[in-house]
Design a binder for this molecule. Structure first.
Ligand code: KIV
Length: 297
């Protein structure tokens, strides 16, 4: 196959993408380059994130609901998340890979938090971990994990693991006092050394004010346009779910409908004997077949 001259210049213009590092993310913030983050939970979603050139992939505990079918993120175990994270690792080369510490895997003590974070890094090959909340306990655990040599991403605003205590899955920081609490939490996580912080479901104007104080890259989800980057859950943005999801979700595909249509078409073909056709089967030499018949009689 010959190479067209235009292909040569294209290849030259598109050097192989380098792995995304923490300094690269800090540079992106400094340069005002939007940071793209998505969740992924398995090999194909990781391959899609890699091919799309996203910057950060989070093996979110949202996987408890999107791929494991739990009613919330509370029940999922660290061991289950590690299975997902290992599959994602096998599909990724360049995005920074972050593992989400599960509810109950880091709160009890600094030792427990470091042990759980180490499992994400050593067993699953994650580059960093994320933990929810900016209260006293979460900040102490973030500090301990960072002290043990692992980068931590913080997460404030709506923190689904403790949604019950927050009054449900609803926007946070909608009063001056509540917004000030989120500010204190974000600043405490930054002081603890978090390399990045997720802002989830807080008013856009509150996020914009906070952005004046936060020096590390902030990734928003339902926090308006002022943050350094945006994250969406893979299954939300591609429509691999029933129902629309939260207000902040923008849907870029309707794969659940396509999956149902595909499986229904297969079922229809099987039931009407339109599948399989000759091209889907394997042949055997006539003599071999008759010899085979002979062996059976
Ligand atoms: O678990 C998750 O998917 C998350 C993102 C929404 C940030 O925490």
């Amino acid at each position: 196959m010959s190479t067209h001259p235009s292909q040569i210049s294209l290849v030259a213009a598109a050097p192989e993408r380098l792995p995304v590092t923490l300094p690269r993310l800090a540079d992106m913030k400094r340069l005002g380059e939007p940071i793209v983050m998505v969740t992924a939970y398995d090999f194909p979603s990781a391959r899609a994130a890699e091919a799309a050139g996203v910057d950060i992939v989070l093996v979110g505990d949202s996987g408890a609901m999107t791929v494991l079918g739990y009613p919330s993120t509370v029940a999922v175990e660290l061991d289950e998340m590690l299975v997902l994270a290992k599959a994602v690792r096998r599909g990724l080369r360049t995005p920074l890979l972050v593992g989400d510490l599960t509810f109950g895997s880091y709160e009890a003590s600094d030792e427990q938090a470091v042990r759980s974070a180490l499992r994400f890094v050593k067993e699953a090959g994650c580059d960093a971990v994320k933990l929810e909340g900016g209260g006293r306990v979460s900040v102490a655990r973030a500090r301990a994990i960072i002290g043990a040599g692992m980068p931590v991403m913080g997460h404030v605003g709506l923190t689904p693991q403790t949604a019950t205590a927050l009054g449900g899955y609803r926007a946070q920081g909608r009063s001056a006092a509540a917004a000030a609490r989120i500010a204190d939490e974000a600043l405490a996580l930054q002081d603890a050394g978090c390399f990045s912080i997720v802002f989830e479901a807080i008013p856009s104007d509150v996020a914009a004010v906070l952005m004046e104080r936060i020096e590390v890259p902030v990734i928003g989800i339902g926090a308006g346009p002022a943050t350094d980057g945006q994250v969406l859950v893979f299954h939300d943005l591609l429509g691999i779910r029933e129902g629309l999801g939260a207000r902040f979700v923008k849907r870029y595909a309707s794969l659940q409908e396509e999956m149902v249509a595909g499986v229904a078409a297969f079922a229809g073909d099987v039931r009407t004997r339109r599948y399989p056709e000759d091209q889907h089967g394997y042949a055997i030499d006539k003599d071999e077949l008759s010899s085979f018949r002979g062996r059976l009689t």
